[in-house]
Design a protein around this ligand. Structure first.
Ligand SMILES: NC(=O)c1ccc[n+]([C@@H]2O[C@H](COP(=O)([O-])OP(=O)(O)OC[C@H]3O[C@@H](n4cnc5c(N)ncnc54)[C@H](O)[C@@H]3O)[C@@H](O)[C@H]2O)c1
Length: 339
């Protein structure tokens, strides 16, 4: 049976999300080496990690890398790891353009290297429960789905509000729900997007909301809202998925969590499945699943093509905002990337 004994992980980056990843790697008993432009010594001291002085030194010493650098650097760091023959786990968004994601997937496949984008929402129990319910046909044919995600504006971090470096609120925040919409409702046929207020001179406003409507090949329609709110806006996510024979609901603000209301007469009085706020971190679930896959275990629930598809949808949303038109995904082909 696959196990994680003697795991040596190379972490690239030492900022916000690095802490969450390190906690998971430590829980899995991994030895962690870290390389970062800034913050590696502090992170290493806090968690008992080893510091690598260069990316090359890190790549030579580890089994695989976990990239938690700013989004605009994902492409180059991932490509360096692939060239060194190292498998890669990379934070979302995989890259900032469909063309760059496509290049990485192609390079990874050619090098026989695995590439897993960290779409952690697939590992949040309520979202996974909804996926399982939809796949099992529990709500029949999916008709209309709504997803929302709000967070305090990342005003303190320059690169997040710089659209060239983060992709803006849709590429950075909504990308989670673009992946969910595709996972739960199927492949996307058209994308329509608006953002209010618009970005000015490539800088995202502090208080901004984006709305995207997708039509899916199976006939479903989904609406996604992502908000970088005023400072102090609490983090909150919701979904509501309505099908021909029931609906699925979740709000992270409710401790009761995920709910199923089915028209099959068998649901009984208590329609709530308790959320597992006391369960393990979804980041730990995710990194364990990736590490086991890299050790020869089952393929994880998300792959490079999924990461590229989410970026492709976010890029289409940007094209819709720029043109004011609905984007037909059959003909949307940025930079000549064939799907
Ligand atoms: N899945 C999630 O829930 C989640 C949450 C937050 C951030 N993220 C993603 O994680 C990534 C990192 O976000 P963050 O908030 O931790 O960023 P951050 O700015 O806090 O930290 C980035 C770190 O990377 C280092 N760095 C920058 N360029 C580098 C390079 N070329 N090589 C090595 N190190 C480099 C910086 O010095 C810093 O330590 C982003 O892609 C972001 O979208 C995901």
């Amino acid at each position: 049976m696959t196990d994680l004994t003697g795991l040596t992980v190379g972490l690239v980056g030492a900022g916000n999300i690095a802490h969450v990843h390190v906690a998971a790697w430590k829980a899995l008993g991994a030895r962690v080496l870290v390389h970062s432009v800034d913050g590696a010594d502090e992170l290493a001291a806090q968690y008992g990690l080893e510091v690598a002085n260069s990316l090359d030194e890190l790549l030579a010493a580890v089994e695989f890398v976990d990239i938690v650098t700013p989004s605009a650097t994902h492409h180059d760091v991932t490509l360096a790891a692939i060239k060194a023959g190292r498998d890669v786990i990379c934070e979302k968004p995989l890259t900032l353009t469909a063309a760059a994601s496509h290049e990485l997937s192609t390079a990874a496949a050619a090098a026989g290297v695995k590439l897993f984008p960290a779409h952690v929402v697939r590992f949040f129990p309520a979202y996974k429960a909804a996926y399982d319910a939809v796949r099992a046909g529990r709500i029949g044919q999916v008709a209309v789905a709504r997803f929302s995600r709000q967070a305090s504006s990342p005003a303190g971090k320059g690169w997040y509000r710089d659209v060239a470096r983060s992709g803006g609120v849709i590429m950075d925040l909504m990308v989670h729900d673009l992946d969910q919409a595709r996972w739960l409702c199927g492949e996307v046929e058209s994308v329509y997007a608006v953002q209010s207020p618009p970005s000015v001179d490539g800088i995202s406003p502090v208080n901004v909301a984006a709305h995207v409507t997708l039509t899916h090949a199976g006939g479903a329609i989904s609406h996604l809202r992502a908000t970088w709110g005023a400072t102090g806006t609490p983090f909150k996510t919701t979904f509501a998925i309505a099908g021909s024979s029931g609906q699925l609901q979740f709000s992270s603000a409710d401790n009761t969590g995920y709910a199923e209301e089915l028209q099959d007469g068998g649901s009984g009085g208590d329609l709530l499945i308790p959320s597992n706020t006391l369960g393990e971190s979804p980041y730990l679930t995710q990194l364990r699943e990736f590490a086991l896959a890299l050790r020869g275990g089952p393929e994880p629930r998300v792959d490079a093509a999924d990461g590229a598809a989410a970026v492709y949808l976010a890029e289409a949303a940007r094209a819709s905002m720029e043109t004011g038109r609905t984007i037909d995904m059959k003909s949307f082909d940025p930079a000549g990337v064939a799907r």
